[in-house]
Design a protein around this ligand. Sequence first.
Ligand SMILES: Cc1cc2nc3c(=O)[nH]c(=O)nc-3n(C[C@H](O)[C@H](O)[C@H](O)COP(=O)(O)OP(=O)(O)OC[C@H]3O[C@@H](n4cnc5c(N)ncnc54)[C@H](O)[C@@H]3O)c2cc1C
Length: 383
Amino acid sequence: MTSRTINASVAVIGGGVVGAAILHTLAHRGVDAVLLEGDTDLAYSASGTNSGVLHTGFDSTAGQLETELILRSAKLRPEVLEALNIPVLHAGAELVPQRDEDNEVIRALFENATANGVEVHLRESDGALLVPGESVTDPVAYTLGLARSAEAAGGRIELQARVTGIDQSADGLTLHLADGGVVTTRVAINSAGLHADDVARLVGDDSFEIYPRKGEFFVFELPERKTLDHIILPVPTKRTKGVLVFPTLDGRVVAGPTAVDGEDKNDWSVRPTARGEILDKAVVQFPALRGLDPVAAYAGLRPAGRDVNYVIGSSPACENLINVAAIRSTGLSASLGIAAYVADLLPGLGIETTEQKPTTPIENVEAGGLWWQRTADRYSASI
Ligand SMILES: Cc1cc2nc3c(=O)[nH]c(=O)nc-3n(C[C@H](O)[C@H](O)[C@H](O)COP(=O)(O)OP(=O)(O)OC[C@H]3O[C@@H](n4cnc5c(N)ncnc54)[C@H](O)[C@@H]3O)c2cc1C
């Protein structure tokens, strides 16, 4: 078999939701772009193993790049969702105070949300914070939808195209693939998730490090007559948003995730202790889960930056490599904003862009079952 030879103005490395959104935006701004995904399909990594919640940014810290891009995404998303036929449960979220000190946190969240321009309400009866704009989607369908629409607008996608080497020259970059293929390009965008630091090192850039922060989930079927019609968010701590309980598009209920820092980027197992850790918290928030056995379990690995978050910009070692790394906890929600931000950097590197065209509509995406099933099957995580 002869190896692939590809030429493109821009090569996007990594086909999670961030890479797919970037390809989507570039294709709609008239840029000749190719997406290189090392795996056999898109969204098998963090983008296929998350909570699927489209956050509004109500609790994000004002002034941070992450917040700016979540809010920018929220403005871009309705037009895209409609064109892609992406299923979304507009469920809204509730944070109910469990202890006295939670009331102060909720008050601060209310003010934060208002400063960010996100609609929230305080419920008089119990002091709960209501966030009507929070919604749940299928993150795999979302990623595949962006990719299909990008292709319809002229973007290209190469699977099993793992980048293992990068050479720099006066004309741009030559990327070497694991199977012997070669990609020549002016600019490469490094959206390789957990492996973004490995990709950056290919040009001698060791300016950041990515480690896996594991999040485990359990999927439940509720007994007849019990339903959950909104997302239950715990009152957050500084480190994590905590264990949520949320409805899925197919009528199940998911509880999770945990937040466990690790070293092994290939460890997608669910720890034996995770069930107790999650259920102890989840049943307090949603007592209908008490005594139920989960029907499935899965784990996701957040691409966490060591002491950094949202590292976006040209690599210090190679101007033509744009790092889009350490998109740890909100990449599904922020992906369209990230993509627009990255596309805005391209003219500065000599890549012409046009005004963004309306999203190319596509039919319903066949995502091969809901994401939790795809993930649970692939990694055979034990309950
Ligand atoms: C437990 C958990 C819960 C979360 N909940 C939410 C949530 O509710 N809402 C939200 O907005 N966000 C959530 N997130 C965060 C979100 O999932 C991530 O921010 C987002 O998926 C990151 O996307 P990415 O494209 O950067 O990385 P990834 O999805 O990890 O994609 C990177 C891709 O790069 C590929 N790749 C790696 N190396 C190479 C190479 N050398 N060559 C080619 N390809 C390569 C990989 O195969 C992979 O497909 C959660 C994450 C986790 C794990």
